[in-house]
Design a protein around this ligand. Structure first.
Ligand code: FRU
Length: 493
């Protein structure tokens, strides 16, 4: 009896010691990481190319959005962050928080690589809540070993501090038996029929092409720490696709939606899930965004809407910052099973005074005198009329010699030099352009079904806006614009 009490004490002391060490290591690593971001932030603060209403870290590199979740009254969005530089590396999870999806605050870095346990990077993943209400972040742990899926849990409901789950790793490649999955990563949890599942990306033939797959697993306990491999949910139909990253899989409007980052552009598939075999069959497919866009992630909001953010990439190197998120988009499935995306309606709160222009036609160029700015939303309803091309010019120089154009010629859109396949669909009479200009970011929606996000270059003083038509007279049913305020609770970038 005495002996077992003694050994229990030893175990407890050891456990306390180990936990204490873990906390110390975490705090030390996070202190360095935070200090590095802070030092870099001071240098980039006044860069006129930095967006003010697209989410991004205070400085340095970010890529994928991770683990969006609404938890106890707040939206939380995490992201791949390199605290130590403006290029990819040292992957941590940065953290943003918002009450209304519109105004945001930077939070302390949430996840760090646990060096003492051989972790080198904390890769992408998701948030999940167990049946007992335990919030977990589930992510890919990278070290000098095969990838593993790990979990982290918050110290309390503020979600400011996190600890690694004692059950880690929660999924390993052992689950696959004889099947070898290469590039195994990026867990995304979903529910079906009262059970919890996770999908992970990868490929079956060492990136040779033709066998890029989404794998599916079922939770075998309520704590989401034991999982069973159920096989391949989906194999990409295109033979030139080598690998799938960041799969997202969820029910929407009576169908199942699968979004895969298989290289650019990111694709979506809409179809059906056979819940017995856990195989997904696609009935429709399309492109999420034709521009500088990758690795989106999504969540359900309290009203049951599916919200999605993507990573905006392709910014110039060496500026002390690189990357941001798209605006939050609301997804729906249309009757023809295409996926529709609109900017979250809550964003209207960011609008300044509305400016409308009363003209109904345009030939040549028409400058919208009052619509100047580099943080603007523009909504235009345009038809070609007798013109060959109609569009908008933004970041236009005072003499009109320079501008960034978004245009339509009946066969395609052109968004800041990028061709985007787009024709008016049956029943569509005009082009509904919805454009968000945020300094060097241009996020464009056309009729809620084609999106393109672009990085643009313009001189800080070039801020005028114009409508234009080439080769005839185009019709302008309406044109509205708004200056857009910053999303940051504490003013600035
Ligand atoms: C996608 C991706 C993910 C990975 C993460 C690493 O951009 O490559 O597959 O988890 O980025 O930063």
């Amino acid at each position: 009896m005495k002996r077992s009490l003694l050994s229990l004490n030893v175990v407890l002391i050891l456990a306390v010691f180990t936990r204490g060490d873990e906390v110390k290591e975490r705090d030390e690593l996070l202190r360095k990481a935070e200090a590095s971001v802070k030092a870099a932030a001071a240098k980039v603060k006044n860069d006129p190319n930095r967006p003010t209403y697209h989410l991004q870290p205070p400085a340095n590199w970010n890529n994928d959005p991770n683990g969006p979740v609404f938890y106890k009254g707040n939206y939380h969005l995490f992201y791949q962050l390199n605290p130590f530089g403006d290029g990819w590396g040292h992957m941590h999870w940065g953290h943003f928080r918002s009450k209304d999806l519109v105004h945001w605050e930077h939070q302390p870095i949430a996840l760090w690589p646990s060096k003492d346990r051989g972790e080198e990077h904390v890769f992408s993943g998701c948030a999940a809540v167990t049946k007992k209400g335990q919030l977990m972040l589930i992510y890919t742990s990278i070290g000098k070993r095969l990838p593993e899926q790990w979990a982290a849990i918050p110290e309390d409901d503020s979600l400011l501090e996190w600890k690694k789950h004692p059950a880690n790793p929660i999924l390993t490649e052992k689950l696959h038996g004889n099947v070898k999955i290469h590039e195994w990563r990026d867990p995304f949890v979903f529910e079906n029929g009262g059970r919890t599942y996770v999908v992970c990306g990868g490929n079956l033939n060492e990136n040779k092409g033709g066998q890029a797959v989404v794998n599916v697993y079922r939770a075998e306990n309520d704590g989401l720490t034991e999982w069973k491999y159920l096989g391949v949910l989906f194999q990409h139909p295109d033979k030139d696709v080598k690998n799938i990253e960041c799969p997202l899989f969820f029910p929407l409007d009576g169908k199942w939606v699968l979004i895969v980052s298989q290289g650019r552009p990111v694709q979506y598939f809409v179809g059906d899930l056979d819940a017995t075999t856990m195989r997904f069959t696609s009935k429709q497919r399309g492109v999420m965004d034709f521009g500088s866009y990758y690795a989106p992630n999504c969540m359900l909001d309290p009203k049951g809407r599916r919200l999605l953010w993507g990573w905006v990439q392709d910014f110039p190197d060496g500026k002390g910052w690189n990357g941001c998120m798209t605006l939050p988009r609301v997804l729906t499935v249309a009757d023809d099973l295409t996926l529709r995306q609109i900017p979250a309606p809550q964003l209207e709160k960011l609008r300044g005074e509305r400016i409308t222009q009363g003209n109904s036609a345009v030939t040549g160029e028409y400058v919208l005198e009052r619509a100047k700015g580099d943080a603007l939303e523009v909504a235009a309803d345009l038809s070609l009329g007798t013109a060959d091309e109609v569009g908008l010019k933004l970041r236009r120089s005072a003499d009109g010699s320079k501008a960034v154009a978004v245009s339509f010629n009946g066969k395609k859109l052109n968004v800041a030099g990028l061709d985007v396949p787009f024709v008016l669909g049956p029943g569509e009479k005009s082009l509904q352009l919805h454009v968000f200009l945020d300094h060097s970011v241009l996020e464009v929606y056309a009729n809620g079904r084609a999106c393109a996000t672009r990085i643009i270059q313009a001189a800080p003083e070039d801020k005028s806006v114009a409508l234009f038509a080439r080769g005839g007279k185009a019709e302008v049913k309406s044109i509205e614009s708004w200056p857009i305020h910053s999303i940051w609770e504490t003013a600035g970038r």
